[in-house]
Ligand binder design. Structure first.
Ligand code: 2HG
Ligand code: ZN
Length: 464
């Protein structure tokens, strides 16, 4: 059993209003865990800052009392990065959710960390702009968490990860210092890029209190969705190449028939293709590319690269098609899946997939393994489902062994053990499969520079 911290909150409450510090048992559990609920997290208390000054006050209090702080956004992360294992103080950014200072010339907006991803997408559209970061949990994930994990999602092939949307950050370090980084400059040749260090640092170096976000324009007009069925896995990269040399798809997603089974079982959706197939591709394109995409589709069909396909005729149909891909995570949740979020270079993906498949089948024939992901950028989600009759603990132990095998292959193909969900707790034991000892040592040194007392999200990514 890990030792739980006892928090003396009297002094902390001094500069805050009563609604900003919460100790109700239900909320301690809610804010102590993330969506995955793989660990039994429970906060010692939850504090809701409303300003940068509040965050500085909380960090200074924590520093002087040697209290650990766990940052909390939408808690939709899938690696346990926002879990309070030892009764730490959870810092929720729910009340720091303002958008301001829209700059129509630069197309930037200043957001607080608690702004929900979808709110920012809508804010952008209302101003004829576009915020491209998009994924199934966008209705509850928060921008601060997206930055802290360098979130990816379905549009990375065209617009990049969260990092490409950040032009400035205000952060509070573990020493309670406020840093104003990036400042909206597109070019800046003045030494180390400190801002980039915070993107993907999972709240271990500082807490993000403001972000200057770059929007794009014009927004893609009425995107269309193609759904293809593909029989042969090795055709998938060929298909991607076939389309992307002529048009610029916004998304190129893959899911297997096994994944589709779960989505169909958990909804009353009607699958639009006549015959089922081992693999499906969902491709999103701009309306202006419709004719070209259709010609390319016909050519691919004649060349036997794909077996069948359908194209959305309106936005309602486009949304319906997206659901076959977006609802996978939700449909698997009752099976308490063990999550993998790996990435290899796209040119070796099929070879890598073949090896992984063979290996998992041989070692764990009794496990149902579900594949899907952002195949256009090499990011695959592999979910291992817990057999009903297997206890959670022994399932997790076996999955950990499976991870070691899987990650040896990731290492062999020089890929990464996490592409977009982060290391958190889930991947912590395996960090050395992707990062060298020298790199990990340097990361630890950097952590000590920004957080010398080790109070910011301790025990995530690595142990000091
Ligand atoms: C997605 O791409 C998310 O849908 C979740 O990253 C992946 O559930 C997963 O493993
Ligand atoms: Zn994903």
């Amino acid at each position: 059993m890990s030792k739980r911290t006892v928090l003396n909150l009297k002094e902390l409450k001094f500069h805050l209003t009563p609604d900003q510090v919460v100790t109700d048992s239900d909320l301690l559990t809610l804010y102590g865990q993330d969506w995955l609920k793989q660990w039994n997290g429970k906060a010692g208390a939850v504090v809701f800052p409303k300003s940068t000054e509040d965050v500085v006050h909380i960090v200074n209090w924590a520093k002087s009392h040697k209290i650990s702080l766990i940052p909390s956004g939408g808690r939709t992360g899938l690696s346990g990065g926002a879990t309070a294992l030892k009764g730490e103080l959870v810092v929720s950014f729910d009340k720091m959710n303002h958008l301001s200072d829209f700059n129509p010339v630069e197309q930037t907006v200043l957001v607080e960390p608690g702004v929900v991803t979808q709110t920012l997408q809508e804010f952008a559209l209302e101003r004829d702009c576009f915020f491209p970061v998009s994924f199934a949990a966008e209705g509850s994930s928060q921008i601060g968490g997206n930055i802290a994990t360098n979130a990816g999602g379905v549009h990375v092939i065209r617009y990049g990860t969260m990092r490409q949307s950040v032009l400035g950050l205000e952060v509070v370090t573990g020493e309670g210092k406020v840093l104003n980084l990036g400042r909206g400059l597109i070019k800046n040749a003045t030494g180390y890029n400190l801002m980039n260090l915070f993107i993907g640092s999972e709240g271990t170096l500082g807490f993000i209190t403001k972000a200057l976000i770059k929007l794009l324009s014009p927004p893609p007009k009425d995107p269309l969705v193609f759904l293809f069925s593909v029989e042969n896995k090795s055709h998938i990269p060929k298909l991607y190449q076939h389309f992307k040399t002529q048009i610029a798809p916004m998304a190129f997603e893959m899911f297997t028939d096994k994944a589709l089974n779960h989505v169909m079982e958990s909804s009353d959706a009607v699958f639009p293709l006549e015959n089922r197939s081992p693999f499906y591709i969902l491709m999103e394109i701009e309306e202006s590319d419709k004719e070209k995409a259709f010609d390319l589709f016909e050519k691919a069909l004649n060349d036997n690269l794909l077996q069948d396909g359908t194209l959305s005729q309106n936005q309602t149909q486009a949304r319906e098609l997206w659901k076959f891909r977006e609802n996978i995570t939700e449909s698997l949740s009752e099976h308490q899946p063990y999550k993998n979020d790996i990435c290899v270079r796209t040119s070796v993906m099929v070879e890598f997939l073949d090896e992984v498949e063979e290996c998992l089948k041989k070692q764990y024939p009794e496990f149902e393994v579900i594949w899907f992901g952002h195949i256009g950028d090499g990011n695959l989600h592999i979910n291992i489902l817990k057999p009903k009759n297997l206890e959670k603990d022994s399932f997790l132990k076996q999955c950990e062994k499976a991870s070691a095998i899987l990650f040896s292959l990731v290492k062999k193909y020089q890929g990464t053990i996490s592409a977009e969900h982060g290391i958190g707790l889930l991947k912590k034991p395996y960090l050395n499969y992707t990062r060298s000892e020298e790199e990990i040592e340097l990361m630890k040194k950097i952590k000590r520079v920004f957080d010398p007392d080790g109070i910011l999200n301790p025990g995530k990514i690595f142990d000091l």
